[in-house]
Design a protein around this ligand. Structure first.
Ligand SMILES: Cc1cc2nc3c(=O)[nH]c(=O)nc-3n(C[C@H](O)[C@H](O)[C@H](O)COP(=O)(O)OP(=O)(O)OC[C@H]3O[C@@H](n4cnc5c(N)ncnc54)[C@H](O)[C@@H]3O)c2cc1C
Length: 433
C-alpha cells in the first residue's frame, strides 16, 4: 500500500492487486465476538519514524494513544513483572552477577556500531559469549526458542541486535518503561483510511484476485495471469508477496534467481485471539521461559488498548511461532484451542474457561524471513532479470525484526529507486533535477 501511495504520488498509474478479500495482509483485521480488531497483535513504537510519518500523511498521527505498558516473565512456574530497572534488579530467577552480565549484553549489543559483524556469528554463540552459559540456558535460549523454535541454531546474531535495538529505542522515556502506541479502531481504522486515500490518488484496487503467474508480455511488458485464467499486461510490476510465493509466481525468471527467492527460510505463526470477560494479569507481553507451554508468549492487548474499545472485555493473543512446513499448521482449530486453554490454566490459576467469550485461530506460514548466517550477501535483489519486473518484500530487510515501520521504510526506498528511473520524486510527485 505504501509503495502504491508513493508511486501514485510520483504520478504513476498504479493498480494494486491483493489475493485476500481486503487490503492489509498480516496487518489486516477480523471479527471477534462483534469486535473488529487486528488478526495478529500490533503495536507502534515511538521510534517507528517512517510509520509515524505515514500516519501523519493519512491525518492519523495525533490519534495514536501512547501507553506505558508492563512486561512480564513467566519463569519457574510464576509470573514476574519486568517493566523497569528496579523490577529487573529484583528478578529472583537470576543471581546478581548473571543480571549484570545480562544488562552488559544488552548495552554491548545496542551500542555496536556495525551490525554486519554479527552476521557471521550465530545468535547462540554471541549470547553465550556475552551473558554466560547459565543466563543463556535460563533466559536467552527459552526466549530464542519461543520466537524461532529450533531454527534459532541457524540464526545470526544480527537478529538479536535488531530485537534489542528496537526495544531499547522504545525505552527511552521516564523510568525506562516501554511506551507503546495504537490507533483507536486498530489497524482496521488505519487501513480503511489508507484505502480511501489510495482511491483518491487514483490507485485502482483489486481485491480477492490471486495472481497465478507473472511472465513476459508483448513489447517488454509484464504479463499477469490470474487464478481464473484471465491475463493482463502492465508496463512494470512489483511483486510484494513473500519470497517463496514470488519464486513460484515468477515463472520466467532465471533459475538461480528463483532459487534465491525460494531458499529464504521463513518462520510462520499460529496465533489465537481470545476474548475474555475479565483481565488476565495486566502485562502487555508476557515472555515465557518455562518449557512445555503450547504458545510462546501471552499478549494482553487490553493492557495497552482501552478496554472500552472492546466493550469492557479483554483481548488476549496467544502466538506460537513455527517453521513454515511444521505439521501443526494442519491441526484442527479445536485441537489447538484445547491445548491453549490448558496452557492458560497452567499459567493463571484464576483463569476459567467460562470467561472465554470467543476464540479464533489465525495461521500465517510466511511471517519472518530468518536472518541466517551471512544473509545480507545472499538476499534476493529488488531488480530481476525480466525487464520491468521487481520484487520488494520483507526478505530484503537485513537487519530488522519485521514490523510495519521497516516494511514502510522498505517501500519508501523501493519507490524512490523506481521513481528515480522515471525522473520523479516519489514523495512530491515533482521532477527531480
Ligand atoms: C503475529 C504477528 C505480530 C506482529 N506484530 C507487529 C507489531 O507489534 N508491530 C509491527 O509494526 N508489526 C508487527 N507485525 C508485522 C507486520 O504485520 C508486518 O511487518 C507487515 O504486515 C508486513 O507487510 P508486508 O506487506 O511486507 O507482507 P504481508 O502482510 O505478508 O503482505 C503480503 C501480501 O501479498 C498478498 N499475496 C500473496 N500472494 C499473492 C498472490 N498470488 N496474488 C496477490 N496477492 C498475493 C497477501 O495476501 C498479502 O496481503 C506482526 C506480524 C505478525 C504475524
Amino acid at each position: 500500500m505504501t509503495l502504491a501511495h508513493r508511486l501514485a504520488t510520483a504520478r504513476a498509474d498504479v493498480t494494486l492487486i491483493e489475493a485476500g478479500p481486503s487490503l492489509g495482509g498480516l496487518a489486516g483485521a477480523w471479527q471477534l465476538d462483534g469486535l473488529t480488531w487486528d488478526r495478529f497483535y500490533h503495536v507502534i513504537l515511538q521510534s517507528d519514524v517512517a510509520l509515524r510519518s505515514l500516519l501523519a500523511e493519512l491525518g492519523l498521527e495525533h490519534d495514536v494513544r501512547w501507553v506505558r505498558a508492563k512486561t512480564g516473565f513467566y519463569t519457574d512456574g510464576r509470573l514476574h513483572s519486568m517493566s523497569n530497572v528496579i523490577e529487573f534488579a529484583r528478578f529472583a530467577p537470576l543471581g546478581a552477577w548473571d543480571k549484570l552480565r545480562l544488562a552488559a549484553t544488552i548495552l554491548r549489543t545496542v551500542h555496536l556500531r556495525d551490525w554486519r559483524r554479527l552476521e557471521d556469528v550465530t545468535v547462540a554463540d554471541w549470547l553465550v559469549r556475552l551473558s554466560g552459559e547459565r543466563t543463556f540456558a535460563k533466559i536467552w535460549r527459552p526466549l530464542l526458542c519461543a520466537k524461532l523454535g529450533e531454527l534459532y541454531r541457524d540464526t545470526s546474531a544480527a537478529f538479536i541486535w535488531a530485537v534489542i535495538a528496537r526495544m531499547y529505542a522504545a525505552r527511552r522515556s521516564g523510568l525506562k518503561t516501554e511506551m507503546f502506541g495504537y490507533v483507536p479502531g486498530g489497524y482496521a481504522h488505519i487501513l480503511g483510511r489508507f484505502e480511501e486515500h489510495l482511491r483518491e490518488q487514483g490507485v485502482h484496487i483489486v481485491c480477492g484476485c490471486p495472481v497465478a503467474s507473472v511472465g513476459r508480455g508483448a513489447q517488454r511488458r509484464v504479463r499477469m495471469t490470474w487464478q481464473d485464467g484471465r491475463a493482463d499486461e502492465f508496463d512494470r510490476a512489483v511483486i510484494t508477496a513473500p519470497a517463496p510465493v514470488a519464486a513460484a509466481m515468477c515463472t520466467e525468471l532465471e533459475e538461480p534467481e528463483r532459487a534465491c527467492l525460494r531458499n529464504v527460510t521463513y518462520l510462520g505463526v499460529i496465533c489465537a485471539s481470545v476474548v475474555l470477560d475479565r483481565p488476565l494479569a495486566g502485562y502487555y507481553i508476557t515472555n515465557i521461559t518455562d518449557d512445555g507451554l503450547p504458545f510462546t508468549a501471552v499478549i494482553e492487548m487490553t493492557a495497552l488498548v482501552n478496554r472500552a474499545e472492546f466493550g469492557g472485555r479483554t483481548l488476549v493473543y496467544l502466538p506460537k511461532y513455527l517453521p513454515t512446513d511444521d505439521p501443526a499448521f494442519a491441526l484442527p482449530d479445536e485441537q489447538i484451542e484445547t491445548a491453549f486453554m490448558a496452557g492458560l490454566e497452567r499459567m493463571y490459576p484464576a483463569f476459567s474457561r467460562r470467561s472465554v467469550r470467543c476464540l479464533r485461530i489465525a495461521r500465517a506460514r510466511y511471517v519472518l524471513p530468518l536472518p541466517q548466517l551471512g544473509y545480507s550477501r545472499r538476499m534476493p535483489p529488488r531488480v530481476t532479470s525480466q525487464p520491468g519486473l521487481y520484487v520488494v518484500n520483507a526478505a530484503q530487510i537485513v537487519n530488522g525484526t519485521l514490523n510495519v515501520n521497516q516494511t514502510v521504510e522498505l517501500a519508501n526506498a523501493a519507490a524512490a529507486a523506481l521513481a528515480a528511473q522515471a525522473g520523479v520524486d516519489p514523495f512530491l510527485g515533482a521532477p527531480v533535477a
